[in-house]
Design a binder for this molecule. Structure first.
Ligand SMILES: NC(=O)c1ccc[n+]([C@@H]2O[C@H](COP(=O)([O-])OP(=O)(O)OC[C@H]3O[C@@H](n4cnc5c(N)ncnc54)[C@H](OP(=O)(O)O)[C@@H]3O)[C@@H](O)[C@H]2O)c1
Length: 266
């Protein structure tokens, strides 16, 4: 590649100086998103309920020479979310990119037998938190001179229903994340804020590893449903997160990018 083209690609995908909020940024996929965006030049605010995990990730980000700032909040609580937005406003003054990643996947069981409190916990954590965070952060994004980017983390189970895991509530919530993404994309287009969703397949995170370790027969069945015959390493989502955060995706909004090893083909 000649120098001009390589400069074009570096500039287009660069996040230098961008201010990013990653929810659930202390571990798992949120940690992978935070680190990859920091490597692309962004300063990151990390939020969840567990400050120790957030601080560990923040230290890694500072190791790349980027700024990292930690806020503890329960994102299902409107007051916590408002205080988080105030704290970010005080430190960064604005937000360029919001990654709504925090979520819960551990509650399983058939819908017919599920308690209302379990159902509500899944909806509050996976859907209402995105509503609350977006509502609180959009005012920090709206600016005639700048573009804003919101990336919502759905799942391949926001597109197809999970067959063996009795994850009906989770699937419902992740389908809703896609609906919310499209509705927000429509609302925010006049403000030059794009909103897209990532729909990942099974990733190698601690909760998944523990679950598959205790259910080896299920692991075999699920791997057999993935054309690429393996699960995803969290860092394999990094390129997509950087793309959706960068100028390279400026004309994309209301889209769902599936990265699932082919699971949803069959
Ligand atoms: N791993 C996969 O295979 C996979 C596949 C498709 C989609 N996803 C989605 O990707 C996202 C991340 O998944 P993951 O596997 O990385 O999960 P994880 O390791 O359990 O991380 C979830 C993150 O969300 C935070 N969180 C949960 N509830 C919260 C609340 N009420 N307030 C604030 N923060 C909260 C957690 O921190 P605290 O508990 O400390 O608050 C944690 O940082 C989720 O939305 C998940 O549904 C994952």
């Amino acid at each position: 590649m000649d120098n001009i083209s390589s400069r074009y690609f570096n500039d287009t995908f660069s996040l230098a100086g961008k201010k990013v909020l990653v929810t659930g940024g202390g571990r798992g996929l949120g940690m992978a998103f935070s680190i990859s965006l920091a490597q692309a030049g962004a300063d990151i605010v990390l939020v969840s309920r567990t400050s120790t995990e957030l601080e560990e990730t923040a230290e890694k980000i500072r190791g790349f020479g980027r700024k990292a700032f930690v806020v503890t909040a329960d994102l299902t609580k409107e007051n916590d979310v408002k205080e988080m937005a105030d704290a970010i406003n005080n430190v960064f003054g604005h937000v360029d990119i919001l990654i709504n990643n925090a979520g819960i996947g551990s509650i399983v069981g058939s819908i017919a037998e599920m308690s209302l409190s379990d159902w509500q916990l899944v909806m509050d954590t996976n859907v209402t938190s995105i509503f609350l965070c977006s509502k609180a952060i959009i005012p920090l994004m709206k600016n005639k001179e700048r573009k804003g980017k919101i990336i919502n983390i759905s799942s391949m189970y926001g597109l197809v229903v999970n067959r063996y895991l009795e994850g009906g509530a989770y699937c419902t919530s992740k389908f809703a994340v896609i609906g919310l993404t499209k509705a927000l994309a429509s609302d925010l287009a006049p403000y030059n804020i794009t909103v897209n969703a990532i729909a990942p397949g099974f990733c190698r995170t601690k909760p998944n590893e523990n679950f598959f370790h205790s259910h080896p027969e299920l692991y075999e069945k699920l791997i057999d449903m993935i054309p690429l015959q393996r699960i995803c390493e969290p860092k394999e989502l990094s390129g997509l997160a950087v793309y959706l955060s960068s100028e390279a995706s400026d004309f994309m909004t209301g889209s769902v990018l599936v990265i699932d090893g082919g699971y949803t083909i069959w």
